[in-house]
Design a protein around this ligand. Structure first.
Ligand SMILES: Nc1ncnc2c1ncn2[C@@H]1O[C@H](COP(=O)(O)OP(=O)(O)O)[C@@H](O)[C@H]1O
Ligand SMILES: [Mg+2]
Length: 161
């Protein structure tokens, strides 16, 4: 017997920030303690905007600023500890350990990571990778890639009609 193939990637076109917010709101119910989400894309792609939309969907009403200088911001919201990281300023991947960041990835929080590639192989693996690419017309092409069973389950729910 063959089971239906699980969805491991979805590509979407998001015409504006409202579309980004709507997608974030649909993804948010998947998030649970231990989830790691990587956000990949050039400066200005909309990574921080996506994180902000997830936090709004969880009920956070305060500001959401880029954690570029602090490396990590904690948002306790909806019973979750949501950690927002930005590794953009890493000169070398070893800064991940030098900054003592691995202890945040202990499975108790939800970790959203901008610029995970700056930590290279030291970055804890993602359940879900969100790749955002700006298009010349200002829209965004967004690819959601699932790397764990729970993320594939999430994408299956998202893809269901
Ligand atoms: N569809 C879209 N999704 C997300 N952001 C968008 C979109 N269209 C335009 N933007 C704008 O692009 C910018 C993205 O900035 P930001 O989220 O800080 O990028 P990053 O964190 O990837 O560097 C914001 O000014 C946002 O308003
Ligand atoms: Mg950012």
């Amino acid at each position: 017997m063959s089971l239906p193939r699980e969805t491991s990637a979805i590509t979407l076109s998001l015409s504006d920030e409202n579309a980004t917010a709507a997608l974030a709101a649909r993804l948010t119910p998947c998030l649970a303690p231990g989830w790691v989400v990587h956000l990949v894309g050039p400066l200005g792609a909309g990574k921080t905007t996506f994180v902000r939309a997830i936090l709004r969907a969880l009920g956070h009403t305060g500001p959401v600023k880029s954690p570029t200088y602090g490396l990590v911001e904690l948002y306790p919201v909806s019973g979750l500890n949501l950690y927002h990281f930005d590794f953009y300023r890493f000169a070398t991947p070893e800064e991940f350990y030098a900054a003592g960041l691995e202890e945040y990835f202990d499975g108790t929080g939800v970790c959203l990571v901008e610029w995970p590639e700056k930590a290279a192989a030291l970055a804890p693996g993602a359940d879900l990778t969100i790749t955002i690419e700006p298009r010349p017309d200002g829209s965004r092409e967004v690819r959601l890639t699932a790397s764990t069973p729970r993320a594939r389950q999430c994408l299956n729910r998202l893809a269901a009609p």
